[in-house]
Design a protein around this ligand. Sequence first.
Ligand code: P6P
Length: 338
Amino acid sequence: HAADAFRTDLMTITRFVLNEQSKHPESRGDFSILLSHIVLGCKFVCAAVNKAGLAKLIGLAGETNVQGEEQKKLDVLSNEVFVKALVSSGRTCILVSEEDEEAIFVEPSKRGKYCVVFDPLDGSSNIDCGVSIGTIFGIYMLKDGGESRLEDVLQPGKNMLAAGYCMYGSSCTLVLSTGSGVNGFTLDPSLGEFILTHPDIKIPKKGKIYSVNEGNAKNWDGPTAKFVEKCKFPKDGSPAKSLRYIGSMVADVHRTLLYGGVFLYPADKKSPNGKLRVLYEVFPMSFLMEQAGGQSFTGKERALDLVPKKIHERSPIFLGSYDDVEEIKALYAAEEKA
Ligand code: P6P
């Protein structure tokens, strides 16, 4: 009865993760429980973001709403939800959030073996105009079963066990990798479940789009300027690339992942380390890009090889289609030699 309105073998994210878990007979399901709490956080934020326009949730912190309640900005609200969901999972020991200056060390009674780094609502400056925003997260295992210390989250991105993002746009899409490929799930509000809609995502080897804030062009270094020039005025007679820049990392990266091309937030004279944060923006997106057959470069090295020294450290980033990033790496290598 293929014509049935409802498919019956629904591959929900929960079932998908349990399938993954079954490949690791030694695992006790801790990871699946952790992910289910992250998924809960995403569902909550999706509902809050969708309601924001109506319930005036988007007010600035400190204002009061019609009920005279203290307004919480959506990113503050989202952060509280994720922190509470992660702590209550009983599977985490250290949390690093874009919203919190210091790392959060989970109390011993609730402590587990995973460290989670996350940006609860990236691009939140775009909420008021309805542009897609998102949650970005990465998961590390505690280095050795001892006391959880800050060093346990200052690990290179290549040590991540999993990474993902949830984009709150026309639909709510969660893109996840647990180290064996990338899969996309879309929230079905009528079921309250994320359903597998983008199995085994692979980024095109080469793309026709470049994505950068051209407003920073006067501050770019040579290789970045040369690459963008090549996108706009190709010398080999190939068509110029299209510029697509949303200004919300999750949306720009999601388009890059599905359509191909390259997303760049380069260093510039104003910000020598670029703008994006290593732990909870650069690493998770780089992890996903590599898992989807793309790559990610900092201007000096493979992004996932970076070893952060501070939890809110920034890095330049060039990520996307394998061949496009190769071109950027060649331009930086040539400058090294010059
Ligand atoms: P710019 C949003 O504020 C953000 O952190 C990312 O989501 C986005 O990619 C970047 O900053 C945009 O920065 O300087 O181009 O506005």
